[in-house]
Design a protein around this ligand. Sequence first.
Ligand code: ASP
Length: 337
Amino acid sequence: MTPARPLPVIAIHGGAGTMSRSDISSEQHTAYHAALNGILRAGQKVLAGGGSALDAVGMAVELLEDCPLFNAGHGAVFTHDETHELDAMVMDGATRRAGAVACVTRIRRPVRAARAVMERSGHVLLVGPGAEAFAAEHGLEMVAPGYFSTDARRQQLRRALSSDKAVLDHDGAALVFRNAPIDEDRKLGTVGAVALDARGNLAAATSTGGMTNKRPGRVGDSPVVGAGTYADNRTAAISCTGTGEMFMRTVAAYDICARMAYAGQSLGEAAQTVVMQVLPAIGGRGGLIAVDAQGNLSLPFNTEGMYRGWARVGEAPVTAIYACHADTVDVAAGAAS
Ligand code: ASP
């Protein structure tokens, strides 16, 4: 008997962090779950229609970039100089092609620019004005830098400036985020998606405003191949969120694939080891979402919560915020009937 084909599946994250100090109403929780749910359904629809994992993760991350509840695109954090510098990357597990942009200030949808870099530039990573010129030449939507600003992020910067630290995205918001389930002053802020499609291909995408109060010119893990984003059909697709410097130093996403390929670890073992042992050993905080070629999922984090969810084709999406249930961290593959 031939083994059952895994169901196509998409998983997303919207950053990790500590629980809010505020009392959170059920309406506030509902708003976050509803946003994650709607984005998962959109990605699920792409996969159900025979779309590629690459298309599904691109669409999901664009929707996350546009959603002001999460830190990427509109609502991105501020640098120390009160500017925005955005990073994004996509990777195709079938071919191991990758595309990324970093330190861009005027591209409305950085993840779309990352895909254009992958498909049309002959390069992997373009930064700053060169990346913006490339995006404009290829007809991508450009915006004034103020498009990304919100009052909440500006106040987050003020608080970070007074402590003179670079803080993870959701470690520094304010007003509109005061009642978010994950404390905006202690939250990491990046969005991402991973998917397995009906043809068995994997893909990953990540987009971020980086860390509040970061030094201009700083690039985090998100647009660095193998650090914050990686995809390889032979092992897994991964998108990370957290203290980018530590994810870069541990080559976190690639380490999971290497453990699977060289040490025969399962996705869950490899992802848990990296998030619960390798990263904390050097002070790394955050989490990641991962899917393997058999459709198993792993969504570990070493903070109190991580906005996350997944949806298999034909099944209701599942969304979660806190670390309450083990079955929202490691999830076995579903089989197509
Ligand atoms: N990893 C991102 C960065 O370092 C930040 C985050 O996930 O919050 O740029």
